[in-house]
Design a protein around this ligand. Structure first.
Ligand SMILES: CCCCCCCCCCCCC/C=C/C(=O)SCCNC(=O)CCNC(=O)[C@H](O)C(C)(C)COP(=O)(O)OP(=O)(O)OC[C@H]1O[C@@H](n2cnc3c(N)ncnc32)[C@H](O)[C@@H]1OP(=O)(O)O
Length: 286
């Protein structure tokens, strides 16, 4: 019953490219904001975000990421490693400019594609790992928590600091955080608007390992993906999705309701004033 409902709901987001032959993966279908490199020996695909200066999740980057995840999954790669081609920032999270005094229709599209991206990553059938080679605040952290394993480089920060600028997070974003960290730590960290240093993130379990370089981080992610070699891939995929069922059901059950609540909240003076101050702060930092 649970399995059937899960498979049913998963069909909604099944990659539409799966019938095509995609052995040589390219980003022809998107605008080049991501790159995919498949290691011929291991069969593992590395998906890099490549939107200077800080990989903000714009509509275009999110579209590209979803296309790329679908391509990698359809091509039956052995695993997916998400990383950044910027050596200082993994992702700065959602594009704040999209949230400031937004055009209402575009805001709806923006939030819907963010939901899609999280679902695509969270339910990706193959093993996933994040090589976090730079700062990963807010939605950058949420993308990393949607992966199955996290390796991070030293001297960066990761976490959801939304409350610092009067943002809330959706329940599904909170559940994503909570799928990695104990609830009491999530509650405290979300309320504090805490960004964890690499070392703190390791201590609480937000990341699994620290790496000395990006090359090492990719190797550690690949080693993690290798740990599934003895598992039957279909059984593994179904098991992963069953484990994640309660996290995604919350969103799949009422995507429209989530969209409405988020759009309403983003339009409040509380949110807009907090965002305006945050954008000023980013400018003044210079
Ligand atoms: C009751 C109902 C409940 C319903 C629920 C309601 C939900 C409401 C939804 C609200 C949203 C939910 C949660 C939010 C998720 C997000 O992801 S919001 C984004 C948060 N991210 C940040 O705050 C990160 C901000 N950036 C930084 O801290 C730094 O940039 C950095 C990542 C640490 C990198 O620093 P550095 O390398 O020094 O680069 P900078 O010089 O700071 O930045 C370069 C330029 O990029 C611009 N920029 C940075 N981040 C963003 C961004 N997220 N969006 C847009 N633009 C960004 C920065 O301003 C610089 O621009 P220029 O000055 O023009 O060069």
């Amino acid at each position: 019953m649970l399995r059937n409902s899960l498979i049913g709901s998963l069909r909604q987001i099944k990659p539409i490219l799966c019938s095509q032959s995609l052995r040589s993966l390219s980003n022809g279908a998107n605008s080049g904001l991501t790159t995919i490199e498949v290691d011929d020996k291991s069969g593992i695909a590395t998906l890099s975000m490549n939107l200077p200066p800080v990989n903000t999740l714009t509509l275009n980057l999110m579209h590209d990421l979803i296309d790329s995840i679908n391509q990698i999954e359809c091509n039956k790669s052995r695993g997916l490693i998400l990383t950044s081609s910027n050596d200082k920032v993994f992702s700065a999270g959602l594009d704040l400019k999209e949230l400031y005094k937004p055009d209402q229709e575009r805001l709806k599209e923006f939030w819907t594609i963010f939901q899609d991206l999280w679902l695509a990553l969270h339910l990706c059938g193959i093993p996933t790992a994040a090589a976090i080679n730079g700062h990963a605040p807010a939605a950058g952290c949420i993308m990393a928590t949607a992966c199955e394993y996290r390796v991070m480089l030293p001297d960066f920060v990761i976490g959801v600091h939304a409350t610092r600028f009067s943002f809330l997070v959706s329940k599904w974003m909170m559940l994503s955080y909570q799928s990695v960290l104990p609830r009491r730590i999530v509650e405290r960290a979300l309320n504090q608007g805490k960004l964890f240093s690499t070392q703190e993130a390791l201590e609480v379990g937000l990341i699994d390992e620290v790496a000395g370089s990006k090359k090492e981080a990719l190797a550690q992610c690949a080693a993690f993906i290798g740990t599934f070699d003895k598992a039957n891939p279909i059984a593994r995929t179904l098991t992963k999705r069953m484990c994640r069922d309660s996290d995604v059901t919350e969103l799949l059950r009422d995507r429209a309701g989530d969209l409405r609540a988020c759009v309403d909240y983003i339009n409040t003076p509380l949110f807009q004033e907090g965002l305006s101050a945050h954008l000023e702060g980013l400018k003044e930092k210079k």
